[in-house]
Write a protein that binds this ligand. Structure first.
Ligand SMILES: Nc1ncnc2c1ncn2[C@@H]1O[C@H](COP(=O)(O)OP(=O)(O)O)[C@@H](O)[C@H]1O
Ligand SMILES: Cc1cn([C@H]2C[C@H](O)[C@@H](COP(=O)(O)O)O2)c(=O)[nH]c1=O
Length: 217
């Protein structure tokens, strides 16, 4: 029986890398996959990983109907054994329903990858529906870490290193690189404790340098 699987983790936890590995392993055994992504940092119609690998993908806009897309491929002589769906948090609830239908009625395995919650700690619509419908929800094993060393569970949006809690839900961006100045808008993964306290790495560092602040912990 085909499955709908949701691999979830914070930003920078290796989801796209796993998506590319999974596709590679299936293709190496002669299976034919169809790859989708949405708002990838590297641009439109691509699935890219921070490890440098990338592959062409079908861009998932709000208008894309997965059921019609896959049925269209099959009825024009194509073969589809599995779907790889990256950045699935950005999919609509209806699109996730279509993916479940593809798994159930066409017996095609569907592997989805995405972050659970946005910068305000709210579930993305696509992730919410995946949690509701997936046969399995799997957390990535490579743990992204908060600056304090604890497992990072939340995605913070930052402006010049300071956490922000208001703004558009979708803003494509990357996690800050400690070796280069923080971009105006970036992301940082934090443990819940530090997300609650809006304590980014930059703030923690500034606090540690100031003689006047009370100890944080
Ligand atoms: N220079 C590097 N050397 C080893 N691993 C790296 C390097 N850069 C990134 N990574 C790994 O890649 C992961 C991010 O992979 P990626 O697939 O882009 O994440 P996601 O799709 O979850 O945002 C990091 O958590 C880290 O494990
Ligand atoms: C938290 C959060 C993230 N995003 C964007 C930022 C990135 O472009 C992607 C996540 O990609 P990754 O491969 O998992 O790093 O999502 C957003 O638009 N809104 C948010 O709240």
């Amino acid at each position: 029986m085909a499955e709908l699987v949701f691999y979830s983790g914070t930003m920078d936890s290796g989801k796209s890398t796993l998506a590319l590995q999974l596709d590679h392993n299936h293709r190496a055994r002669g299976r034919v996959g169809r790859i989708y992504s949405s708002h990838d940092r590297a641009g439109e119609a691509v699935l890219s990983s921070r490890l440098g690998l990338a592959t062409p993908a079908i861009e998932v806009s709000e208008r894309l109907d997965f059921w019609r897309d896959v049925v269209g491929e099959l009825t024009t002589g194509g073969r589809v054994d599995y779907l790889v769906c990256d950045e699935a948090q950005f999919y609509t609830s209806a699109q996730v329903d279509q993916l479940a239908k593809v798994a159930d009625e066409l017996s095609i395995d569907v592997y989805c990858f995405g972050i659970l919650t946005d910068f305000r700690t709210r579930l993305f619509p696509g992730s919410l529906r995946l949690v509701e419908l997936a046969d399995r929800v799997l957390t990535l094993q490579v743990e992204a870490l908060c600056w304090c060393g604890a497992r990072a569970t939340h995605n913070a949006r930052t402006t010049d290193g300071e956490m922000v809690t208001e703004g558009e839900v979708i803003v494509v961006g990357d996690v800050d690189d400690p070796d280069r100045p923080a971009p105006q808008i970036g992301y940082e993964v934090l443990c819940r404790r530090h997300h609650r306290k809006r304590m980014t790495a930059a703030r923690a560092k500034a606090g540690a340098l100031s003689p006047d602040v009370l100890p944080f912990d």
